[in-house]
Design a protein around this ligand. Structure first.
Ligand code: GAP
Length: 444
């Protein structure tokens, strides 16, 4: 566990103060486990997803993208095993009707909520959210909000292969919202009911021996370690946890959880699983469709096996903030990787009451805007502006001053070193794009 027990509170407070994350529906008293991403939070979240897509879809030849529906035919969830097995064992206090995960209360003790001792038996509680399609609400119209993106990749496997023929191994990647009616709440973005996942289902030929699937598993394990550096998650705080037999999900022959040292304990960040041919076989059986793949060279037909690396967007967001948050003297800095920072550059006029300075700064700001996410700030004094940009992780602040009017140079202040250098306006856009490209390249 981290020594800094207050770190989570500090990050939550910064998130609200600066517009990263707010409690959801706050003016109505909120809704448990729901959080809204504010202006800079939405940018950071989008940058995380864009870097993921760029890294695993655009920069590879063996992965294609997908965007499937959140509400699917309910048979999908019968086939996947979620209707039968996606549940938590719960126990209810008969006095106050609060429900708890049965592994998280001591039934020899009174209810932590009402302090009476009247426990029900343990019952399984399905975590999928139900809703209805059409006007009638009955069993025939019941549908579920998807609890993982992965089933889209399996259900569309046949369409993807026929529309975009590829040889195995082939990954199908998807980013999207999923819903889980989680009972345990708290810990900010760690356990949400509405969350986002970035998942790859990596289809491989039927392994002739363990080595054949293990080498793909190993490849994705290494990729996940590279990802931590790419996005600035402190890899010293990441640990692999091999999930033992009997504790893995019903579809998995091997699972590694990547755990992170959050201030509230060491807990899951991401997962990597060998799902075998479980899902495609089940969908073939339940849909009655042929989901085999035909090898274009040998003509052999078979159901592919699957390695699944999975990343939660919200836990990524949280672990990046926890890794980037630094207090240095009297300033608080988010040392975000430049490619993740909500704004790459802030532009200031030295003072706001000199029209020619303001005009020059404004022209510069507007000229940078089509090239980079850039923000304007003319509030307070320069020191305050630096502090507020440091807190949202803006890598560079540009000040237009009196010298600018004479020689068209500006000061560029570096967030991490606080060093300033003079750069000509002409060179500015290449200065930033080169620095950002270098920081992406050096991590990739
Ligand atoms: N398709 C496999 C799958 O869904 P999972 O371990 O249940 O596996 C994958 O979820 C990832 O989604 C987790 O590693 C975590 O990053 C994220 N995740 C799962 N439940 C979450 C929750 N309630 N709140 C926030 N993130 C969650």
């Amino acid at each position: 566990m981290s020594n800094d027990q207050g770190l989570l509170e500090k990050v939550v407070s910064l998130c609200k103060r600066r517009g990263f994350v707010y409690p959801g529906s706050e003016i109505y008293g909120g809704l448990s486990n729901s959080w809204d991403f504010g202006p800079v939070g939405a940018e950071l979240k989008k940058n995380i997803k864009d870097i993921w897509w760029k890294t695993y879809v655009h920069q590879r030849d063996d992965v294609l993208g997908l965007d499937s529906t959140l509400i699917m035919n309910p048979k999908v969830w019968e086939a996947s095993g979620h209707i039968a097995g996606f549940s938590d064992p719960l126990i209810e206090c008969r006095a106050c009707h609060n429900r708890w995960r049965s592994d998280q209360v001591d039934v020899d003790q009174p209810c932590p909520q009402c302090h009476k001792k009247d426990w029900s038996d343990v019952r399984n509680f399905n975590m999928m959210f139900k809703t209805f399609v059409g006007a009638v609400e009955d069993d025939l119209t019941t549908v579920y909000l998807r609890p993982e993106t992965a089933q889209g990749q399996f259900v569309d496997f046949k369409n993807i292969l026929s529309s975009s023929p590829r040889k195995l191994p082939l990954g199908i990647a998807q980013i999207g919202k999923v819903f889980r009616n989680e009972i345990t709440t708290g810990n900010f973005l760690f356990r949400l009911r509405e969350l986002e996942q970035m998942e790859i289902e990596y289809f491989i030929p039927v392994p002739k021996n363990d080595l054949e699937w293990q080498q793909h598993f190993e490849h994705w394990r290494q990729e996940m370690w590279k990802w931590f550096d790419l996005v600035g998650i402190d890899s010293q705080k990441v640990h692999e946890h091999e999930i033992p037999d009997g504790e893995r999900a019903h579809y998995s022959k091997r699972t590694i959880d990547f755990e992170f040292d959050y201030p509230f304990g060491t807990k899951e960040l991401y997962g990597l699983a060998y799902r075998t041919d479980y899902d495609l076989k089940r969908h073939q059986k339940f849909s009655g469709q042929d989901l085999t793949y035909t090898d274009p060279e040998t003509g052999e037909k078979f159901i592919p096996h699957v390695i699944e690396p999975t990343w939660g967007v919200d836990r990524t967001f949280l672990s990046i903030l926890l890794s980037a948050y630094v207090e240095e003297g009297d300033r608080t800095v988010l040392k975000l990787r430049p490619q993740l920072a909500p704004y790459k550059v802030a532009v200031f006029p030295l003072v706001r009451n000199k029209p020619d300075l303001v005009q020059k700064a404004r022209d510069l700001y507007l000229s940078l805007k089509p090239l980079l996410p850039v923000v304007w700030d003319d509030r307070g004094n320069i020191g305050k502006r630096y502090y507020s940009q440091d807190e949202i992780g803006t890598p560079w602040c540009v000040t237009v001053d009196y010298q600018t009017l004479e020689d068209s140079t500006v000061t560029v202040r570096d967030r991490d070193t606080t060093q300033q250098e003079r750069v000509s306006i002409e060179r500015l856009s290449s200065f930033f794009t080169t620095h950002i490209a270098q920081s992406y390249g050096s991590q990739a």
